[in-house]
Design a protein around this ligand. Structure first.
Ligand SMILES: [Zn+2]
Length: 449
């Protein structure tokens, strides 16, 4: 008997936690939190009382009370006795929060399998960001195509293209047949051949079920179908027009493809690219992985790193800056040379504009998904900074996810016995383009095969 149970990602984007049970094996695919996890009860400074471990999460039904899953320190005061692990392993598809964040609650004795690149990104993230800590685990890294045995079940990671490097789908070879799991993926990105590899491998295995994401399966897709190449050419046009002015770009901090795009944009318009220190740390870390192409922060003379002049410099930043010599710049330098630079500016670094004093009419390239909720407070604040400094905003972004049509094409190509939509707000739409759609029900075991 092979069962699937979905503890997240049901009718919502993110929070994937899929349990596969087959003979002796109990395997988790991802261990994410939804982006608004717990927001029905907790907001701003009202946080769960983690001094009592998972007590608040259990009482409010935010986390399932599963024996043998959580670490002892989370259970001591939460009313669930700690037991030795009852799960074989967790497999992580990629670094994003909505696929990883609840790893921190996981019993450290449960092996956690993740891509070589994902582990590097996680380490860099934990070093450079205060409060970011998924705690210690028995981490084991994999490469694409190399199967991992988890209590008698082979799990085969296959690389896919997504807005974070080292992203994977999984083929879980159970006694009932192969279950394919997409993770998050796209086909219009710079590594579309990876997604094709996943689709081909899934198809070859004639899966009994395809668990697929559907972020953009929606009646009205707000995300324009930009490719990475189009983001680049549009940004070059915009930066080319900003003569005598500054050019700022904002993008997701772990989207290495986008960083490379903006390095190339800067070069194309004879400017240097200024990255924030955290991004530089990530790039230097990822350069250890020869399979991921990243801009060479340590050697490329066209790359500068921004020093925000913290009172007390963290050790990682001190070490990084020491390797860069005069390629570390402050707001003074950026102000004086603003027409020679493209500057990475993310939300937390907006106040640097006060010191940079951009020439009115400078370019602000918003290279993230279009804000979907109009009352989003972060977006409102960004809009106000842009207005205050009289920046000209452009929106160029290539999504990390397949369009609805691409999802439909993928399902047709793989031809699974059953399609299980998760990571989507509109699971019922899948019946418009796929046959044998089976809807997951939260925390309710579903037999497969
Ligand atoms: Zn996701």
């Amino acid at each position: 008997m092979t069962n699937l149970t979905f503890y997240g990602g049901v009718g919502q984007i993110g929070g994937n936690k899929v349990l596969v049970e087959d003979r002796d094996a109990r395997i988790w695919l991802d261990m994410g939190a939804t982006f608004d996890f717990g927001s029905e009860y907790f907001v701003e400074y009202l946080m769960p009382r983690e001094r009592f471990g998972l007590r608040d999460y259990f009482a409010l039904g935010l986390l399932p009370k599963l024996p043998g899953l959580y670490g002892a320190e989370w259970l001591d005061r939460a009313g669930l006795p700690h037991e030795s692990p009852r799960f074989s392993a967790a497999f992580i598809s990629h670094i994003h929060f909505d696929h990883t964040n609840h790893l921190r609650f996981l019993d450290p004795a449960i092996p956690v399998h993740l891509g070589v690149g994902t582990k590097i990104i996680l380490d860099s993230w934990e070093i450079t960001t205060r409060g970011m800590d998924l705690l210690a685990h028995d981490y084991r890294t994999f490469r694409t195509g190399a199967s991992v045995d988890a209590d008698g079940v082979e799990v085969e990671p296959i690389h896919v293209d997504h807005s974070a490097p080292a992203a994977y789908g999984f083929l879980v070879h159970t006694s009932a047949g192969t279950i394919a799991y997409t993770g998050d993926l796209r086909q219009h990105g710079p590594h579309s051949e990876m997604t094709k590899d996943f689709i081909d491998a899934a198809k070859t295995n004639e899966p009994i079920a395809l668990i697929t994401e559907g972020t953009r399966v929606t009646p009205a897709d707000p995300r324009a179908n930009f490719t990475e190449a189009l983001v680049k050419s549009k940004s070059i046009e915009t930066a080319g027009r900003a003569k005598g002015k500054a050019v700022f770009a904002t993008f997701y901090p772990r989207d290495v493809d986008r960083m490379r795009t903006f390095v190339e944009v800067a070069k194309a318009v004879d400017r240097q690219f200024v990255v924030q220190a955290r991004a530089a740390h990530l790039l230097v870390s990822l350069s250890q992985d020869t399979r991921i192409q990243v801009p060479d922060v340590l050697r490329d003379p066209d790359l500068l790193v921004y020093d925000r002049r913290f009172h007390r410099q963290e050790t990682w930043e001190k070490n990084l800056f020491a390797q860069l010599g005069d390629r570390v710049v402050t707001s003074d330098y950026v102000r004086e040379h603003q027409d020679e630079l493209v500057v990475q500016l993310d939300f937390t670094t907006m106040p640097e504009l006060i010191d940079i004093q951009p020439v009115p009419g400078s370019a602000f390239i918003h290279s993230k998904s279009e804000p979907i909720e109009e009352n989003d407070e972060v977006e409102k604040a960004v809009a106000n900074w842009v207005r205050f400094f009289k920046l000209r905003r452009s929106q160029y972004h290539a999504s990390g996810h397949m369009s609805e049509r691409e999802i439909a094409d993928m399902i047709r190509a793989i031809a699974p016995k059953a399609v299980i939509p998760i990571h989507t707000e509109y699971p019922e739409r899948f019946t418009q383009f796929a046959s044998h759609v089976v809807q997951p029900v939260l925390a309710s075991p579903m037999p497969v095969g």
